[in-house]
Design a binder for this molecule. Structure first.
Ligand code: SF4
Length: 295
């Protein structure tokens, strides 16, 4: 690892802060249990490398024992070269699997000219990864989504889908076969990017598919950047809002008349901390994101 500085911030502090945020998310949402075998989805982007390395560090310090298996999916995109990633995994001594599944041809085949591939591509990838997790005997699947992914998704859902929901830290799939965890949801994308740069992770390009990265998501990023110039803490605040929901002040009647919430909804206004939402079948948050992103 390369000890240096990231924008004046000591490298050690960056690792420490990211590790702390990861630990907090894991503890608050009970993401890891003793004996877990966790499949870490490694796309080759900055987020997934960081996730893997943070979990590996945690593994050496945690009072519980858990296994990690890194999995990279080669989707047969034109020009794909996974050699740098494979070499890095070998050098680091990470237990891993690299699997090739030509989802690219299916997407090309089925998506009309001019439309973006991302939605179908993500669905196909998810299917492959979920099956793999079962085959590999993994109890959890870890994804590298971070704070910025979550708040962009929240805005996307509100602006374009008329629903409120971001990304769950832990989600059991509908068929009950897999549990997906997102331990980096409290971490800022800019910190992850700094770490990835300092550590010189061999990033694989993510534009090989020829699909434009989701334009609406890019628009949310621009909006947040713009807001940040006037409201510096806007991203932190939006994340905090996801942890301090006041269901009684929303208009979803399924939440309004739940006895659980009636008893607990004033908690945030009295500073007693976030309310735990009961699972409401078919609630917007469960239906997933407007756009399935991959880390
Ligand atoms: S940008 Fe990513 S999700 Fe979208 S089609 Fe390409 S590989 Fe798939």
């Amino acid at each position: 690892m390369n000890a240096t500085e990231a924008h004046g911030r000591p490298w050690k502090d960056l690792w420490k802060d990211l590790g702390k945020g990861l630990g907090q998310c894991i503890a608050e949402h009970h993401l890891i249990d003793d004996g877990d075998r966790i499949m870490v989805c490694l796309s080759g982007g900055k987020d997934s490398y960081t996730l893997l390395q943070l979990l590996r560090r945690l593994q050496t310090r945690a009072p519980i024992s858990f296994e990690l298996v890194a999995v990279h999916l080669d989707q047969a995109q034109p020009g794909y070269d996974g050699t740098p990633l494979a070499r890095w995994l070998e050098q680091e001594g990470v237990v891993h699997h690299i699997v090739r599944e030509d989802t690219y041809s299916i997407v090309k085949d089925r998506v009309a000219e001019g439309k973006t591939y991302c939605s179908l591509c993500s669905r196909l990838r998810r299917g492959v990864l979920y099956n793999l997790a079962e085959d590999l005997g993994c109890t959890k699947i870890a994804l590298g989504h971070h704070r910025d992914d979550a708040i962009e998704t929240l805005l996307l859902n509100m602006f374009f889908a008329g629903s409120m929901g971001a990304m769950p830290a832990k989600l059991e799939t509908k068929d009950g076969r897999n549990t997906v965890i997102r331990p980096m949801l409290y971490l800022a994308e800019k910190d992850i990017a700094q770490l990835a740069e300092l550590e010189r992770y061999p990033i694989l390009p993510c534009n090989l598919c020829g699909s434009q990265e989701n334009l609406q998501r890019q628009e949310m990023k621009r909006l947040l950047n713009d807001l940040e110039t006037r409201i510096p803490q806007v991203r932190e605040s939006l994340l905090a809002s996801l942890k301090h929901v006041r269901p009684s002040h929303l208009l979803d009647e399924r939440l309004q008349y739940s006895s659980v919430l009636r008893d607990k909804s004033p908690a945030t206004s009295t500073g007693r901390g976030p309310v735990k939402l009961p699972v409401v079948s078919g609630a917007p948050a469960e239906r997933g994101d407007v756009v399935g992103s991959y880390s």
